[in-house]
Design a protein around this ligand. Structure first.
Ligand code: AMP
Ligand code: MG
Length: 396
């Protein structure tokens, strides 16, 4: 086991190979899912004035329980016609600015109106200032509302728009070349010859990368032949930021990816990681390209892509926090003590607990497809009982 690199060391060493890509401006739609390359400041106060949070009447709290005379009406998008004098009220709607002089909103459900005369009909506002959103209570102009390295989630895109930005500074998308290798592989949907199987890693990884920010480039299937493999690697790396190979990563006679990478001029940083599934995993540099050699077993390819490829894309994209986020859940079943490798068990989440699936074979894509999560078992983890908490990576 001595030559197996601990998972966290391997992730750290891979991310150390990544330099964030060049900056560009993207529209809000185009920036979604990417990472900010600079802090973003608000261009306006929000709210821009003291606004009503409800449909009702703007009044003075001290004049409760009324009556008042309704002398003006303010809707969202309008401005008050003037300040509110004593004994006066303004009909007001959600999002409309409060007239000067008013300090409280009487909601319409607790008001009775007869012509211009307004009376309290319910309990009334609980305190002075009720149902008013104060100017700048969300953010003020000049305040930093989003930080460099933050991922642009839908809520953050909305915040950027609210703060007055139509475009945001991000990093250009990573160009990712995908190269599947193996004599036995045939494209899905074709007629299989004896000994062939359908190739599934490229479509699976392509789907994983569809959330971006990536320009994917799927290369033709490559057979287990050193010269062909070296040529395919050289060609694919030439115009990619990341070259991902799958298959041929072990040490069998037909596992030619490592020598082919080296023949193409790659400098490998590591090639064996203490994890299960996914032990044969190679990472290094080839020119300006980071190369990542994933194992061919479909479940291993998925798990290593999640733990290495996605974080690498995030690091190139300028993410402050590129590694996947785990949550803690109680175990729904007992677990035996773990061996020396970091294990990622395929698991279901049900009734607020995480349950390992019966099938844990690294070729069993059916079980992975049925899993909601990977259940993390660190090296040498002690046996665990139901109800004890474990780290979980949601994949569904
Ligand atoms: P390898 O890493 O090449 O030794 O492959 C390990 C196992 O994964 C073998 O059973 C391969 O047939 C299978 N495999 C390799 N690449 C793929 C792929 N792209 N799609 C589906 N299965 C694959
Ligand atoms: Mg193979």
């Amino acid at each position: 086991m001595a030559d197996l690199l601990p998972l966290a060391d391997a992730q750290y060493r891979l991310l150390a190979l990544a330099t964030p890509l060049a900056e560009e401006q993207a529209t809000l739609a185009g920036a979604t899912g990417r990472w900010l390359s600079a802090n973003i400041k608000a261009r306006v106060d929000h709210p821009f004035a003291d606004l009503s949070a409800m449909d009702g009447y703007a009044i003075r709290f001290g004049e409760l329980p009324g009556p008042w005379r309704v002398v003006q009406e303010v809707a969202a998008g309008a401005v008050p016609s003037g300040p509110l004098g004593p004994g006066k009220a303004a009909r007001i709607f959600t999002g409309a600015p409060i007239p000067a002089g008013a300090d409280t909103i009487l909601i319409q459900e607790e008001a009775a109106r007869d012509g211009d005369t307004l009376r309290l009909s319910g309990e009334g506002p609980p305190a002075k200032g009720a149902h008013i959103r104060r100017r700048g209570s969300n953010f003020v102009a000049g305040a930093t509302v989003l930080g460099a390295g933050e991922r642009l989630t839908p809520a953050r895109i909305g915040l950027a728009a609210m703060a007055g930005h139509a475009a945001l500074p991000v990093r250009r998308p990573a160009r990712v070349a995908l190269l599947s290798t193996g004599d036995e592989l045939a494209p899905p949907g074709t007629q299989l010859r004896p000994g062939q199987i359908y190739e599934s890693n490229a479509d699976m990884l392509g789907a994983m990368l569809a959330t971006g920010p990536v320009i994917g480039d799927r290369k033709p299937l490559t057979c287990d032949h050193s010269v062909n493999l070296t040529n395919a690697i050289e060609a694919a790396a030439a115009d990619a930021d990341i070259l991902v190979t799958t298959g041929g990563a072990s040490v069998g006679d037909h596992d030619l990816v490592r020598p082919a990478l080296e023949a193409a001029g790659a400098r490998l940083d590591f090639w064996r990681v203490a994890m299960k599934p996914g032990k044969p995993l190679m990472a290094g540099r080839l020119g300006n390209c980071v190369v990542l050699g994933l194992p061919g077993n479909p479940v291993s390819a998925f798990v290593t892509a999640l733990l290495f490829l996605k974080p690498l894309i995030a690091a190139l994209g300028g993410a402050a926090d590129p590694l996947p986020r785990t949550v803690r859940l109680p175990l729904g079943a007992p677990l035996p003590a773990n061996g020396p490798r970091f294990d990622f068990l395929r698991a279901a989440i049900a009734d607020g607990a995480v349950h390992p699936l019966a099938t844990q074979d690294s070729g069993a894509l059916l079980a992975l497809a049925q899993a909601d999560a990977l259940l993390l078992r660190p090296p040498h983890a002690a046996a665990a009982e139901p109800g004890m908490f474990a780290d979980v990576l949601i994949i569904a």
